[in-house]
Design a protein around this ligand. Structure first.
Ligand SMILES: [Zn+2]
Length: 381
């Protein structure tokens, strides 16, 4: 749908929305006829990636088949790890039959949550998990579930284009990291948590979960506006009896820090790219992985949305879009360089571009197995 077809959205208003936070536009309903329909892939392996939501961007995914907000699970035996928590994640956890889902306790198997970056489309349903979690299997029986993600950016990004400085949101803390984000969610639901703890004796948040900022060496954080992102080697930050996790900075300016994750298990290695343009850091992180779950954008579609000639604001929005994501024509060569066995595409921008086009473009330069992901696909190792 073009702005002229939707009088509620002037082009200017749309562009303003896009540039505000590197956000992505709404997907157009009714243009999804070419999306191939197939049953979700299934895997019976002990370790597998499950794609819970594969939509790219904050628009509710009115695609066919529907793509929920971005979220994936790494399953290792009877436990699982959540990577991002986009819109619809609770619903998809039940559909994916994770945890003790039959007893309406899908979160009973959740071991940890990892957030790649703090764009709203990656964390909008974190508040859902933390506020409703008690009634969906989150319990104080084990240790609190850790929520790992980027730390505080430390300074606001510059204003893009030729516009005046906008008012600062939450000036006392305008760029909270993961720990503070989790604490804010707890504050938001304090009435409910306190009410239920006093009335029903339920556990309180500090018994259930805890937010943690991933600490990266200071030298890589010196310039949060730096483009390209600083070159670095992976940093280990989490380990339990099933996975060892390491991370690296990826290219998603103006958002910073933006992270990718590598999980090493007894069965093999699974890597999640997060949102990123092409990144040497990611190639190093993904080296030799069994599975690489990678984001993609159709640049052809982005160019159509921002036709030339572009205003400075439109140019800034267009450049953010194509530089902070990976063109599908490049993703195959990235996976080849990283020597991964299986490349799994997710976070599709746009969510309703034809599957055949993703397939043909991603195949270029990649000799391994390729999966054009759909919600609820399971890919085993
Ligand atoms: Zn993002």
């Amino acid at each position: 749908m073009s702005p002229s077809e939707n009088p509620a959205l002037s082009r200017r208003a749309m562009l303003g929305g896009f540039t505000a936070a590197g956000a992505l536009p709404l997907l157009a309903p009714g243009t999804a006829a070419a999306v191939a329909k197939r049953a979700p892939l299934q895997a019976n392996t002990r370790t597998k990636a499950v794609l819970l939501g594969t939509n790219g961007g904050p628009g509710w995914g009115l695609t066919d088949p529907p793509r929920m907000g971005i979220s994936s699970a790494l399953v290792v035996g009877d436990r699982y790890y959540l990577i991002d928590a986009g819109e619809g994640v609770g619903f998809r956890l039940m559909e994916a039959r994770l945890g003790n889902w039959e007893a309406r306790a899908a979160l009973s198997g959740l071991r940890a949550i990892f957030l790649t970056h703090l764009h709203s489309d990656h964390i909008s349903d974190l508040s859902n998990i933390l506020s409703l979690g008690l009634y969906n299997g989150l319990s104080a029986a084990d240790r609190p579930v850790p929520i790992w993600g980027p730390g505080n950016r430390g300074e606001l990004p510059p204003v893009a284009g030729d516009r005046p400085e906008p008012p600062v949101v939450s000036p006392q803390s305008p760029t909270p990291g993961t720990k503070e984000t989790v604490e804010s969610i707890v504050r938001t639901f304090a009435t409910d948590f306190n009410d239920r703890a006093r009335d029903g004796g339920t556990p309180v948040p500090q018994q259930l979960f805890a937010g943690h900022d991933i600490l990266l060496p200071e030298q890589y954080l010196a310039d949060p506006n730096g483009t390209p992102h600083p070159r670095m080697s992976p940093v280990p930050f989490y380990e339990d009896d099933r996975v060892k996790a390491s991370t690296t900075l990826v290219q998603h300016a103006p958002v910073f820090p933006a992270l990718a994750f590598r999980f090493e298990t007894e069965d093999g290695v699974v890597v999640f790219s997060g949102d990123t343009g092409p990144s040497k850091n990611l190639v190093e992180l993904a080296q030799g992985a069994n599975l690489l779950v990678h984001e993609v954008i159709a640049e052809e579609w982005a160019a159509e949305r921002y036709p030339e000639p572009r205003s400075p604001e439109a140019e800034a929005a267009y450049q953010h879009l194509i530089q902070s994501h990976t063109a599908v024509e490049e993703v195959g060569a990235i996976a080849e360089k990283a020597d991964v066995s299986t490349l799994v595409l997710s976070h599709f921008v746009p969510g309703d571009w034809p599957v055949g086009k993703w397939q043909r473009a991603a195949r270029r330069g990649f000799s391994g197995k390729l999966v054009i992901g759909a919600d609820l696909d399971e890919i085993g190792i």
